[in-house]
Design a protein around this ligand. Structure first.
Ligand SMILES: Cc1cc2nc3c(=O)[nH]c(=O)nc-3n(C[C@H](O)[C@H](O)[C@H](O)COP(=O)(O)O)c2cc1C
Ligand code: SF4
Length: 475
């Protein structure tokens, strides 16, 4: 059990501020959260032809709850309906949707095949309808779709069977996925076909009415891993130009086939060496890790260096891409970077640092990119661990121009309409505030659908909750 004070125990603004000072963090925070039209969080923004009605964004979150042929279920529909009633005016992708079967991260991930078009389109319609029912206007609601291939972390057929299509070999990660030879590495020819599959998926997304697609480059999945493919031979590895060919060719294809779409990237803007659980249970860098294979870090793989991420954003800008959603690391091997939490998921480790440091790291790195690329619309992530202080930090971040929009992940699983409550000036419902118990990550790691089992009454009452508790007891 970590020895850091829990955020929930920092009851006053002064206590919160003094903890930040103790940690030496410059995290901005406003004591008073403004509401209504005076709030910086309620300001609309223009991105090309799109109007985004406020500064809250719902981050993509999958539920491991689709059908095996990649269609949504009632649970998926419930999640998207909740996104619609959140009050946020930007939907960054809904959830990861595979562009083809072998790229699914689990056998229940959505897949954008021709057969699944109407059901996936219906998700968007449900979200828009639920937003209209609660807030009236949807002209300023922007909904995108996240397109993915899971690469190294693909498990398309069985939850327990990794079928990796990695960008390159990796001495720390290969043994975790039983990769023993190059057959787990995706070939250049496969990548070329995959580029076409992304373009087809983008065309389908446009047909369904999504206003943008996210060409996912984060969390250790294929797009992200290609960025650090310095050892990969051939056209997609080695030089920065080769490592970004995948993005460039997908963008060129989409521009030709679906020019009406805005394009964005969700990018892990930094990463560290893969972590593992030490004997004490606390996370530590895996000694087998190779820092050369880490995108956005220093030569030891233990600190943020944004040189290549900056080059990547310059490239995006030169390709006319205006939307970027920043995130970090990977939920598989650096979860403390990606989703700072007090309680680790079952396959994780106790946090090696106060999770507030993790929140601050993402905000600071995002701010650096926003400063360098003021014309881009920058969405940040990783705010949920701030818990009751999230609105205070969110307002200051937007007011100070450190990011354009505050992305919310876990918080809206437990508290779907937090953005509406903040903007309307309602008192926060403390009982619904995510306390980062990580059950929404542990459940799928144990083969169970994801959801907020501790705090969402709907998941609390499902039989899966008992199953999860039993499995957690077994370790
Ligand atoms: C249950 C769950 C599912 C997620 N699914 C996705 C996903 O499909 N695509 C993605 O880019 N990130 C996914 N994420 C990461 C979140 O979008 C977000 O980056 C992360 O939770 C940190 O933000 P937070 O602190 O607000 O939770 C998922 C996170 C959780 C907890
Ligand atoms: S299970 Fe609920 S409380 Fe726990 S991290 Fe997920 S959303 Fe937060």
């Amino acid at each position: 059990m970590p020895t850091f004070p829990r955020v929930a125990s920092l009851k006053t603004f002064d206590e919160f501020q003094s903890r930040l000072r103790e940690l030496g963090l410059q995290l901005p925070a406003d004591e008073d959260v403004t509401t209504g039209t005076a709030s910086p969080l309620s300001r609309a923004a223009k991105v090309g032809e799109l109007t985004i009605g406020n500064r809250f964004c719902i981050l993509p979150m999958e539920g491991w709850d689709g059908t095996t042929d990649g269609k949504p279920t009632d649970l998926t529909r419930r999640r998207w309906r909740h996104f619609g009633i959140s009050g946020a005016k930007l939907m960054w992708g809904g959830e990861a949707v595979a562009v083809r079967h072998d790229g699914r991260a689990n056998p229940n991930q959505l897949c954008l095949t021709e057969n699944n078009l109407s059901e996936i389109g219906e998700l968007r319609d449900l979200l828009i309808q639920s937003h209209a029912d609660r807030f009236g206007n949807t002209d300023d609601l922007v909904v995108g779709l996240q397109l993915t291939h899971s690469g190294r972390f693909a498990r398309p057929n069985q939850k327990t069977k990794a079928e990796p299509r990695a960008a390159q070999r990796n001495p720390a990660l290969d043994p975790r996925l039983d990769i023993n030879d190059d057959s787990g590495v995706i070939s250049d020819d496969e990548l070329k076909t995959l580029i076409d599959d992304f373009v087809v998926a983008a065309r389908r997304s446009a047909k369904l009415g999504f206003q943008f697609v996210d060409i996912k480059h984060c969390h250790g999945y294929l797009g992200h891993e290609l960025l650090s493919g310095v050892d990969r031979p051939g056209e997609f590895g080695g030089s920065f130009e080769n490592r970004t060919r995948f993005l460039r060719e997908i963008v060129a294809g989409i521009r030709a086939e679906a020019p009406e779409l805005e394009l964005g990237v969700r990018l892990s803007i930094f990463d560290f060496l893969p972590y593992r659980k030490s004997d004490s249970g606390v996370g530590e860098p895996d000694p087998a890790g190779d820092p050369r294979l880490v995108f956005g870090s220093n030569s030891r793989g233990d600190a943020v260096v944004l040189d290549e991420p900056i080059q990547f954003l310059s490239l995006m800008q030169s390709l006319g891409m205006k939307l970027i959603c920043t995130t970090a690391g990977s939920p598989y091997y650096t979860p403390h970077l990606q989703r700072p939490a007090f309680f680790p998921p079952s396959d994780g480790y106790d946090p090696p640092e106060d999770p507030l440091i993790g929140v601050d790291r993402q905000i600071e790195a995002t701010a650096e990119l926003k400063k360098r690329f003021p014309e881009m619309f920058v969405v940040g992530s990783g705010y949920t661990y701030l818990q009751d202080w999230l609105p205070n930090v969110a307002q200051a971040v937007v007011q100070d121009g450190l990011a354009d929009s505050i992305g919310l992940g876990r918080m809206v699983l437990s508290y779907p309409d937090l953005p509406a409550d903040v903007l309307e000036g309602n008192q926060l419902a403390r009982k619904k505030v995510c306390r980062t118990f990580s059950d929404c990550t542990t459940a799928p790691r144990k083969g169970i659908i994801s959801g907020c089992y501790p705090l969402d009454p709907f998941y609390k009452n499902l039989p899966e909750r008992k199953e999860l508790l039993e499995l957690k007891k077994q370790g």
